[in-house]
Design a protein around this ligand. Structure first.
Ligand code: UD1
Ligand code: CA
Length: 451
């Protein structure tokens, strides 16, 4: 099979400087959804027809094993497919997809190809409001041609069966038909849809079929439609999660922009966003208003509300948040770690049972087991030019408001007094502190305001 993805259109109604197919659905360009679907059909080749601003599209998606064909100028869907033809295997069938119709499912396309046989398969839809679409004209039940809205008579416009644009075609014959296309129509374009009438004249069978679900063939032309498709996509994802037993406080307030894999008895409160690849182990709980991007959470861990966690592996039975931030750079938390409010962690490893419950920054640090990080502890990992690592060994107790000026090491079982600015290694098992001596000035009086 050949697959041709049409993606050269301007997308004027997006009112955007960005090519339409790069607008994002579930965090990824529209075109990459279509490309993924295409790949699932294992075609011999995928040909992407791009145009206006197309270099940006190519850059954003990479070559992706596809043949990229430029269409310049854009003279219609028939003209677009013509550009792809030299790259198509004539013996195989050609499936035409649209870069701005992102929700189409592989199994619908497989059915379309089956129904086409050696002829043409047209994916159609029956709409309450068919305006804007090409209408499917039948004669004695058979599909004989497709007429565009702008060329249709009032009577044809009343037809509610429309062309979704997705077609399966016999490639060798397609070549011949494309060569015969003419632009004598309202838009002065070469319409791909005119091949249906040409096929009919040659008595090539045209089969019409509709998608399993009507949302599959919806296209994106405007920001409103993009948002509507996003909701459909998210509804499908959350429905699947609930079917696997995930408890969602409100499926309408959970967005998955990537993949979310959940174990048993996972519960997710409202307004959570999952990006990239996220895994939640058995009994994991995610509180309201959290964003997790590329995070793996082991069983039994609770993420309290308002956490922003990235690039992290979180062990079992941890308690994270509320208001914890894990920044990109790769952080690993072992089992039973507690991170509390306004604790920021970056590129650090924290051992089992260690706690940083309030107002801390832990960056580029290896923390051992059962360490207590007091409120207001800051690791000064950056000297203005370079980052340095800090090591805090097992069973260390760090008093509140301590600064650890990296690179520095705190030995096993050491205690750091509150307010310490640690610039040299602290020996194991000892109390280390840096603190100005406390003094009292007897009889000192506060200044009073002059009258
Ligand atoms: C097309 C169909 C119409 C169908 C509708 C479904 C034709 C003549 N008409 O109409 O029957 O009901 O889609 O949405 O095919 N494109 C190119 N190069 C071009 C023109 C278009 O790559 O020169 C691409 C666009 O990026 C888009 C797709 O083809 O992905 C459809 O183009 P669009 O202009 O939206 O077609 P319609 O006029 O809506
Ligand atoms: Ca369109």
């Amino acid at each position: 099979m050949n697959i041709v993805i049409l993606a050269a259109g301007l997308g004027k109604r997006m009112l955007s400087d960005m090519p339409k197919v790069l607008h994002r659905l579930a965090g990824r360009p529209l075109l990459s959804h279509v490309l993924d679907t295409a790949k699932q059909l294992s075609p011999g080749r995928i040909c992407i027809v791009y145009g206006h601003g197309g270099e940006l599209v190519r850059e954003a998606l990479g070559d992706n094993g596809c043949v990229w064909v430029r269409q310049e100028p854009q003279l219609g869907t028939g003209h677009a497919v013509m550009q792809a033809v030299p790259n198509l295997d004539e013996r195989a069938i050609t499936l035409v997809l649209y870069g701005d119709v992102p929700l189409i499912r592989p199994r619908t396309l497989e059915r379309l190809i089956d129904s086409a046989g050696k002829g043409i398969g047209v994916l159609t839809a029956t709409l309450d409001d068919p305006s804007g679409y090409g209408r499917v004209i039948r004669s004695r039940g058979r599909v004989v041609r497709i007429v565009e809205q702008k060329d249709a008579t009032a009577r044809e416009r009343a037809i509610r069966e429309v062309n979704t644009g997705i077609l399966a075609l016999p490639t060798a014959k397609l070549k011949g038909w494309l060569a015969k296309l003419e632009s004598r129509n309202a838009q002065k374009e070469l319409y791909l849809t005119d091949v249906v009438a040409l096929a009919n004249r040659e008595r090539v069978k045209v089969a019409a079929m509709s998608a399993d679900d009507s949302w599959e063939t919806l296209g994106v032309n405007s920001p409103g439609q993009l948002a509507a498709l996003e909701r459909i996509y998210q509804r499908n994802v959350t429905q699947a999660l609930m079917e696997q037993g995930v408890i969602l406080a409100d499926p309408a307030r959970c967005d998955v922009r990537g993949s979310l894999v959940c174990g048993r008895d996972v519960a997710i409160d409202v307004n959570c966003v999952f990006e990239g690849s996220v895994e939640l182990g058995d009994r994991a709980v995610v509180g309201a208003n959290c964003l997790l991007r590329n995070v793996r959470v082991a069983p039994g861990t609770r993420i309290e509300p308002f956490c922003h966690l990235e690039d992290a592996e979180i062990g079992a039975d941890c308690r994270i948040g509320p208001y914890t931030r894990i920044r990109p750079g790769g952080t690993r938390l072992d089992a039973r770690v507690h991170l509390g409010n306004f604790v920021e962690v970056k590129a650090s490893n924290i051992g089992a049972g260690s706690k940083a419950n309030h107002l801390s920054y832990i960056g580029d640090t290896d923390v051992g087991r059962n360490v207590n990080v007091g409120a207001g502890t800051i690791v000064c990992n950056y000297d203005g030019a370079n980052k340095h690592r800090t090591v805090i060994e097992d069973d260390v107790f760090i008093g509140s408001d301590t600064q650890l000026v990296a690179p520095v090491r705190v030995g096993r079982g050491a205690t750091l007094g509150a307010g310490t600015t640690l610039t040299k290694d602290a020996p194991a098992g000892e109390l280390t502190l840096s603190r100005a001596k406390q003094m009292t000035i007897p009889g000192w009086r506060r200044p009073v305001k002059k009258k």
